[in-house]
Design a protein around this ligand. Structure first.
Ligand code: HEM
Ligand code: HEM
Length: 254
């Protein structure tokens, strides 16, 4: 049995809404890829059979559209949670605006991609590289919703799809929109393969319970990393209190 020398601390990283979001999203992607693939390659046309021998293809499309709505609302919920959730779920993690985030991205490139450094990057939430990739993925989700609902607006008079009626004319017609929508499916399939591989890889190398963290919410973090984070938080809180005090002193007495 393997054992490790460092002391580990349990840290609650992924709140229930983030975990729900993740698994609903993964399930939607699976259903949308399978039904989308069938829509792109209709078996009746591929095999030269009568297209109207049964209505099952209509059901495939219906499942695609229903799942599309779940996908959209789940995605919108995650954006909302980026503003109200804990610090690991916050939107600031996903957009590399600080020097520290860029330094961590270069660190991950050195360790995981170029393998010229042996010390794993010790972050508690997503590392900065993973976060920026998830941000790219969120943009791809947005584009998939725009093109999907843009196409759907041609078939449905309902209020929500009609909000996207401008997408197809803007992109110059149905053909390009379908191409973008189709290529994104392959991007999601590729992402999923690499994503699951990397999750298992990090789980095996770091042994901090990364995979199960998306089920139970907890990760096992090295004591010194957890202490460092606590120190940073304390300093931030003290700085905020000092700033508030200075502000209240400046205000003239009424
Ligand atoms: C069996 C399949 C999957 C497993 C085991 C899995 C596992 C995980 C784990 C453990 C994390 C957290 C990683 C970290 O700490 O950086 C994560 C994050 C994430 N995964 Fe997956 N995942 C799976 C499928 C998918 C699929 C299909 C998608 C969508 C294409 C997806 C999209 C994401 C996203 C967007 C995040 C970031 C979550 C957030 O911050 O809200 N995952 N996944
Ligand atoms: C992960 C997300 C999604 C994937 C992987 C996906 C995949 C696909 C694929 C591959 C096609 C066939 C395109 C072609 O080659 O003609 C398609 C068609 C379509 N998708 Fe999606 N899709 C997704 C999300 C959405 C969303 C959010 C909507 C919004 C309603 C949507 C609506 C449509 C529509 C209207 C069609 C055309 C149906 C038809 O012509 O019968 N899709 N989808």
């Amino acid at each position: 049995m393997k054992s490790r020398d460092e002391r580990l601390r349990e840290v609650y990283v992924w709140e229930l809404p983030v975990r729900f979001y993740h698994w609903i999203n993964a399930l939607c992607i699976l259903i949308l890829c399978v039904t989308g693939f069938l829509i792109a390659n209709p078996p009746a046309i591929m095999s030269g059979a009568e297209a109207n021998f049964s209505y099952w293809f209509g059901i495939v499309r219906f499942i695609h559209f229903i799942t599309a709505f779940v996908f959209l609302f789940n995605f919108m919920f995650r954006i909302y949670w980026g503003f109200v959730g804990n610090k690991y779920a916050g939107w600031r993690n996903y957009i590399p605006l600080t020097k520290a985030q860029w330094l961590e991205i270069f660190e991950v490139i050195k360790v995981d991609i170029m393998q010229i450094k042996n010390k794993p990057v010790e972050s508690i939430g997503h590392n900065a590289m993973a976060s920026v990739i998830y941000f790219g993925l969120f943009l791809a989700f947005l584009l998939q919703c725009l093109t999907g609902f843009g196409l759907y607006a041609q078939m449905s008079k309902a209020f929500l799809p009609q909000l996207f009626a401008w997408v197809v004319p803007l992109l110059g017609g149905d053909l390009l929109v379908r191409h973008i929508h189709h290529i994104l499916m392959w991007f999601f399939i590729l992402f999923t393969i690499v994503h699951v591989y990397l999750v298992c890889y990090h789980d095996y190398i770091e042994r901090r319970g990364v995979t199960s963290s998306m089920i139970g919410g907890w990760k096992f973090i090295e004591e010194d990393v957890a202490l460092e984070e606590e120190k940073e938080e304390r300093e931030k809180a003290e700085a905020a209190i000092a700033k508030a005090k200075a502000k209240s002193k400046k205000k003239p007495a009424q």
